[in-house]
Design a protein around this ligand. Structure first.
Ligand code: NAD
Length: 269
């Protein structure tokens, strides 16, 4: 029996990178995983990978910025499984550029995908997690994927840092609210360092971020940036997934409002 056998986990942005690795790792511990992503082929591929490994998962398309879709999908989880135990708010994008160059549209989109998504996910997941299971128990684990960029600033990343800092403190506020409600729901944030995922290819390579990282290179190279971590290399999505499984499981039952930093020492100096 796995650490999460019988539990149901909802993972956003699970069609790629950290979300995919987390969905696979949660399923490997016995969870039924509800995989969502705006990228349908990616999400379906994740489900196929889980099923091939003998796990259980289902995919639904979701833009995490849309409230009606959140309501619909949480209801779908309850109709299918009658419970929701774990929510991983993982979907995210990175907007780079000097703050003077970032447009209001870019800023609003960054906040919608990285911050509003967590608000909506938590808002709609809490009533489901507070629904009694067959044994009468209530509770759950909410895991918000923030970043080392939610702990400190980086040139060319003001919008992204603002979004991840907001996720960090939303996490703590929700943790306090749930603790006060004695509802057995924990809420923690994960702070990855430089992780080798496709997000780096999607970043705008012009402007302040590029200048801050490596003025000589003509593209953001995750291996090059990751080499700047004290351990000398970037992390893999599975390194973050291991933390997600820990926070989802009862092994972390006394943790709430905490920051789990997985960064190869990036923030240790
Ligand atoms: P990724 O690009 O591989 O995966 C992100 C996923 O989110 C993609 O599948 C994408 O389709 C999905 N997504 C984007 N916009 C969406 C929307 N509106 N609705 C639903 N899904 C949407 O990137 P990743 O590196 O795996 O990032 C996952 C999370 O980890 C993000 O929140 C990111 O900010 C965070 N993070 C990543 C790193 C890193 O170095 N890779 C570091 C710190 C934090």
């Amino acid at each position: 029996m796995g650490a999460l056998t019988g539990r149901v986990a909802f993972v956003t942005g699970a069609g790629s990178g950290i979300g995919r690795a987390s969905a696979i790792a949660l399923a490997a511990e016995g969870a039924i995983v509800f995989v969502t992503d705006i990228d349908a082929p990616g999400g379906r591929e994740t489900v196929a990978m889980i099923e091939k490994a003998g796990g259980q998962a289902t995919f639904r398309g979701q833009d995490v910025t849309e409230e009606a879709r959140w309501a619909e999908l949480v209801q779908r989880v309850m109709d299918l499984y009658g419970r929701l135990d774990v929510l991983v708010n993982n979907a995210g994008i990175g907007t780079s550029g000097a703050i003077t160059d970032v447009t209001l549209d870019q800023w609003n989109h960054q906040m919608a995908v990285n911050v509003t998504s967590c608000f909506l996910g938590i808002k709609h997941a809490l009533p489901a997690m507070r629904t009694p299971r067959p044994d009468g128990r209530i509770g759950g684990s909410i895991i918000n994927i923030s970043s080392v960029a939610g702990l400190g600033g980086s040139a060319g990343m003001a919008a992204y840092c603002a979004s991840k800092g907001a996720v960090r403190l939303m996490t703590k506020a929700v943790a306090m609210e749930c603790a006060a409600a004695r509802d057995g729901i924990r809420c923690n944030s994960v702070h990855p360092g430089i992780i080798d995922t496709p997000i780096w290819q999607k970043l705008d390579t012009s402007g302040a971020l590029q200048a801050a990282v490596d003025p000589g290179a003509n593209a953001l190279d995750v291996k090059l940036i990751g080499a700047g971590a004290p351990v000398g290399h970037p992390g893999q999505p599975e390194d973050i997934a291991a933390g997600v499984v820990f926070l989802a499981s009862d092994a972390s039952r006394y943790m709430t409002g905490a920051e789990l930093v997985i960064d190869g020492g990036w923030t240790a100096h």
